[in-house]
Design a protein around this ligand. Structure first.
Ligand SMILES: Cc1cc2nc3c(=O)[nH]c(=O)nc-3n(C[C@H](O)[C@H](O)[C@H](O)COP(=O)(O)O)c2cc1C
Length: 351
């Protein structure tokens, strides 16, 4: 097997062009991110309620989260053997700027931001060495951000993640598109986005593009490289590893899931999400679950009217509750059939 070509992002050398996608809440923390970085990819910690296991979380969630995020970044760096550690911060997160600041102070190499447009990120990262990428699902969103950044800050992002319709977690598509749009159909958009990003090369140098959503084996990676991407972002496949930070029951739910067990759910974030069809997901199709305690996690969520509490649903999942919880997953979850190690996945994908 021919080795995948490494990628340079500014002064960062990515030996294997595979990003492990951030998975909240509590699915990708220091253990998974550190293991991926040690193999030469970019390991990504999720900044969604990383302090949920701390006792102080219920009284002071923001403080607990910032402490836990800093701890996770340091631990991941320690075990990464000099590897590259990133943090995924959803743009809709409340206190977004404080999470960014925490990443800068704690030594994260990279910030990846989706679920909204991180328009102010270049300003927040000014005079730091931290590299950043937005997650986009359309040419339109890419154009909007790149034009704004180019004009206002005289720069664009250091790299870019395109997330297609087969990804896990929140999706930048309508529920119909998420259900029906195939990766093959979406390839045309990928090519347009890559061409658009490349048009900035002369001014700002090469801006690597990574594709996410349904990538599982080496032929998937080769396909996106043939479309002009520099690499891929993968998440679902990494849940089936010993190093994944989720509870064993969560991993087991992935192993048991069949193709028909996956559905599109509504989320209080205001975007559809992809998840395993368990009792919780089925019940939320018809009934609201009142919020007992608000953790203040996302902007524009009203606990009095929201359909359910996204933090509670995801925390329950991370703790190993398989039925009364939201089990986010990618469309290819049915392909996860055993628990393996991060090293075995890298060996399989990169020889
Ligand atoms: C369990 C789970 C949780 C996720 N949580 C987040 C998140 O908090 N923020 C985010 O930007 N993307 C999130 N994602 C999306 C992934 O980072 C990734 O881009 C996507 O799932 C890639 O597709 P794949 O899972 O088919 O490889 C999540 C995905 C999964 C499976």
């Amino acid at each position: 097997m021919i080795k995948l070509k490494g990628v340079r992002i500014g002064d960062l050398e990515i030996k294997v062009p595979i990003i492990q996608g951030g998975m909240g809440i509590g699915i990708s923390l220091w253990r998974l991110a550190g293991a991926v970085a040690a193999q030469g990819g970019i390991g990504v910690i999720s900044a969604a309620q990383p302090g949920f296991l701390k006792e102080s979380f219920y009284k002071e969630p923001l403080k607990a989260n910032l402490e836990a995020l800093a701890d996770n970044i340091r631990k991941a760096k320690e075990v990464s053997n000099g590897g590259i550690i990133g943090v995924n911060i959803m743009r809709v997160a409340t206190n977004y700027a404080q999470y960014v600041q925490c990443c800068v102070e704690s030594g994260a190499d990279v910030i990846i931001s989706g679920a909204g447009l991180p328009l102010e990120l270049p300003e927040l990262l000014k005079d730091t060495k931290v590299k950043f990428a937005p997650i986009v699902s359309s040419l339109r969103a890419t154009q909007l951000m790149f034009k704004r950044w180019d004009k206002k800050f005289g720069r664009v992002s250091d790299f870019l993640v395109i997330e297609g319709p087969k990804a896990g977690g929140h999706l930048g598509f309508t529920p119909e598109e998420a259900e029906n749009l195939t990766n093959e159909e979406y390839d045309k958009e990928v090519v347009k986005i890559v061409e658009y990003v490349n048009s900035f090369e002369e001014k700002y140098g090469h801006i690597p593009v990574f594709f996410a959503g349904g990538v599982y084996d080496r032929s998937d990676i080769d396909h996106y490289i043939s479309l002009g991407c520099s690499g891929v972002q993968m998440a679902t496949r990494f849940v089936g590893t010993q190093e994944c930070d989720a509870a064993d029951a969560y991993k087991q739910a992935y192993i048991e899931a069949k193709k028909e067990d996956v559905m599109i759910v509504k989320s209080p974030v205001g975007l559809p999400g992809r998840a395993i069809r368990n009792n919780f997901a089925k019940e939320r199709e018809t009934s609201r679950q009142p919020v007992e305690k608000c953790f203040g996690c996302i902007e524009h969520c009203n606990p009095a009217t929201t359909h359910y509490c996204i933090s509670r649903a995801l925390m329950q999942a991370a703790l190993g509750e398989k039925e009364n919880s939201l089990l986010f997953c990618g469309e290819n979850v049915w392909r996860v059939d055993k628990i393996t190690t991060v090293k075995e996945i890298f060996d399989e994908l990169n020889g």
